[in-house]
Design a protein around this ligand. Structure first.
Ligand SMILES: *Cc1c(COP(=O)(O)O)cnc(C)c1O
Length: 393
């Protein structure tokens, strides 16, 4: 045995400043419930339950047989992938992004979102982040030495941030503004008039706009979410993050991209060139197949989610809970039907109904008063969940 004094590993301030992980208690309770053999319905995770389409898996399989894919990939993504992204973008949004200078493949969009602030945030700078929000907006800002400033997403303002309410003192110190529509966790959408307002706000206050469009393809009733880059002036101030994760059921594959203003794209590329060495080439080629191949599978996937959405919403309404029918995303944002907080209420739902839901406060303090349910379980499970919820005393 080697004897040594336990070292005191004092973590860096940036690490200590990261917000606490509020899903810990629910995660623990969930594991315990499973260990007890209870039949848990998990409406907590935002991870598609459907498999990746066959053609994409086949392409990975073929590509992985080719030894040339086994070596370091191009840092900045294969030209073939950047071209496929550019073509997909033009078809989908009518916006041209130059595959050479305005597109950057990522190891999942979370990776790029979290690294982006390293390129622009100086110690003490602010990022304007929606609250509630996808956690990496805050985490990435803090790890870069910056401070997240919450922009409340309130029902009274259709869950859009009220830019007029951001004080001048904060505007002066802010570098970045994050927007995410279709939104996780509120499931709300934004239109081009909001994006135009954001462009004006960014110009006036010299801000960089980060648009997270992970859910652009998960939408219902014929609704097609717009891209931030569709509006005039957006290319001058912004960068948009996209992901193959939700569109093609590829969350575990780790592939996404950023596109937009070439200066922003190249700054992110510079950060990344010091951190990672690109996406496995076979996965890049599978990504090309996803973007260039048949797109009907997306329609089928959305119609599955749509059936689940309708079942869950009508069930929720039948027990007197309040939630709006979402036009996009696979989430339902539900008002807590009694006087308690979201963690306690999520705990109650797990204890009494064996259902996992996500407490709204885990996404930020303005998420308090809500829970999020995900449509990532089969319809029968949703029906069963409603039956169980009816019985909660
Ligand atoms: C799922 C999700 C992403 C995508 O993450 P990947 O890293 O590409 O898998 C990005 N933003 C939001 C809001 C999400 O919910």
């Amino acid at each position: 045995m080697l004897y040594y004094k336990a070292m005191e590993f004092k973590t860096a301030k940036r690490l200590r400043e990261l917000p606490p992980y509020l899903f810990l208690e629910i995660d623990k309770a969930k594991r315990q419930a499973r260990a007890e053999g209870r039949d848990i319905i998990d409406l907590g995770v935002g991870d598609p339950d459907q498999p990746t389409p066959k053609n994409i898996i086949e392409r990975l399989y073929q590509a992985a047989q080719d030894p040339s894919t086994h070596r370091y990939a191009f840092d900045q993504g294969m030209p073939l992938l950047r071209q496929a992204i550019s073509k997909w973008y033009k078809n989908r949004f009518g916006v041209r992004v130059d595959p050479e200078s305005e597109v950057l493949p990522l190891i999942g969009s979370k990776e790029g979102i979290a690294h982006f602030p390293l390129a622009f945030i100086e110690p003490g700078d602010y990022s304007l982040v929606p609250d509630p929000c996808y956690p990496p907006y805050k985490g990435g800002t803090i790890l870069a030495g910056g401070k997240p400033y919450p922009m409340p997403l309130l029902e009274a303002n259709a869950f859009l941030p009220d830019l007029k309410k951001i004080p001048p003192s904060i505007r002066r110190k802010a570098k970045l503004i994050y927007i995410n529509y279709p939104n996780n966790p509120t499931a709300r959408t934004a239109e081009k008039n909001f994006y135009l307002e954001v462009v004006n706000f960014a110009r006036k206050n010299r801000l960089i706009v980060i648009s997270d469009l992970a859910y652009s393809e998960i939408s219902y009733d014929g609704y097609r979410p717009p891209s931030f880059l569709e509006v005039d002036g957006a290319m001058e101030v912004g960068i948009e993050f996209h992901s193959l994760s939700k569109t093609y059921n590829m969350t575990g594959w780790r592939i996404g991209w950023a596109c937009g203003n070439p200066k922003l794209v190249s700054a992110l590329a510079k950060v990344k060139s010091n951190i990672d060495s690109g996406i496995f080439s076979a996965i890049q080629l599978a990504g090309v197949e996803a973007l260039n191949g048949p797109q009907e599978q997306i329609k089928n996937m959305c119609s599955i989610y749509q059936e689940r959405r309708d079942a869950l919403i009508s069930g929720i309404h039948s027990i007197g809970w309040q939630a709006e029918l979402p036009k996009a995303t696979f989430y339902i944002w539900i008002k807590i039907p009694r006087k308690t907080d979201s963690i306690k209420f999520s705990r109650l739902v797990l204890d009494k109904a064996d259902i996992v839901v996500t407490p709204g406060v885990g996404f930020g303090k303005y998420g308090e008063g809500y829970i999020r349910m995900a449509l990532t379980v089969p319809r029968e499970k949703i029906n069963e969940a409603i039956k169980r919820l009816k019985k909660i005393p």
